[in-house]
Design a protein around this ligand. Sequence first.
Ligand code: ATP
Length: 442
Amino acid sequence: MDELVALCKRRGFIFQSNEVYGGLQGVYDFGPLGVELKNNLKNAWWESMVYENDDIEGLDSSILTNPLVLKYSGHESTFSDPMVDCKSCQKRFRADQVPPECKKEDLTEPRQFNLMFKTNVGPIDDGSSFAYLRPETAQQIFTNFKNVIDSTSKQIPFGIAQIGKAFRNEITPRNFIFRVREFEQMELEYFVEPGNDEQALDEWVQKRLNWWRDQGVPIEKIELYNVPTDELAHYSKKTVDLMYMFPHGLEELEGIANRTDFDLASHSKKQDELNITSNVEKNKHSNSKMAVQDKKGDWIVPYVIEPSAGVERGILAVLNEAFVEEDLGDGKTRVVLKLKPHLSPIKAAILPLKKNNEEIVTLSKEVKNSLQKLGLGRVILENTGNIGKGYRRHDEIGTPVCITVDFESIEDSTVTIRDRDSMDQVRVQISELAEIYKNKIK
Ligand code: ATP
């Protein structure tokens, strides 16, 4: 973990937030390379959900959330952690995370601590008008259920996907970006006919394992954890957590939950007219019937399967898998990030052999522009004249190819292309470069 954290800071992936004022606990900033990596991971998720499945639609809902949404969802009353205080060391812990040094007799009875952030809305700050910062992106998917159905004519089974910020006032943010107070989630709510829910959950577990494999996190490195009944969230009939061996230990990367009809039923008006299977609070405020009609005209409240992954935890897993220190012999080593090319922050670096040589730099710019136009991600021209250093730096940040432009290039329109993983260098015609590059990146 220490090596990863150091690399992330040194190369501009991830910085501690608000660092010039001593930081703010549990929040991080993504630097020049971090923002590219994050966008690439999110795009890979979006493509695999929305573009590859015609039965899934996208959404981008607000972060500020009407308290009624989180009242009926059950978050106001249950989204909390039991906390204990130790009278000896004066510290506060989550009841299930008390260190062995603290003696049982020194601990207070557990007290509930709500994890949601509240913020004032409007000009008067007297607590009478507030909103929550959403603790999960899911709830606004449920509240938009009818809007999406009415505007897209979807029928179940279908899904709504969303990526965005979520906020939790975690008691003990820790382990770098693993547990933070401000993070991003990639969530799909997949609505199915009741009775088809169990099979749908199994299918989504498999699909999500395959997706993580495609991001460079092998299926063998993920353990499936069937959350025991007494640990299930209030809405869940069954949850399978994808557990990954992070640098600090085996923990949840993604959760795939069978949320039943709990959420749609909770947010629905005229609940009495619906055949609801979950135990929900009577809704006195909603103006929408969160149900669909079957062929016979009967109302059914769909069940929902939710694969919910954290972007930050995904990035930590992807970096952890990609980070390799290679022995090159003769006492030499290199650090290389063997990221899948579609995730690499920089896809290709163009390195002119001689800094500021007009002809070489002009040709390098032409090469850069032609590859950039292919739209596969960021291509960078680095006019430093130190090729060896350039290769090392780009190995360390995971750039799949480096292209060197030299004096010969001006004579015969060829360049050297170097592969990150094999370190092989091949001389190729510039006219062939786009094709070779496309093959390496895709
Ligand atoms: P944990 O048990 O680790 O607190 P959770 O079960 O509360 O996680 P979920 O509510 O299932 O998490 O949220 C879905 C996903 O969101 C998690 O799998 C995780 O990837 C991500 N996530 C949740 N809380 C955090 C956090 N504090 N920091 C970073 N990512 C988070």
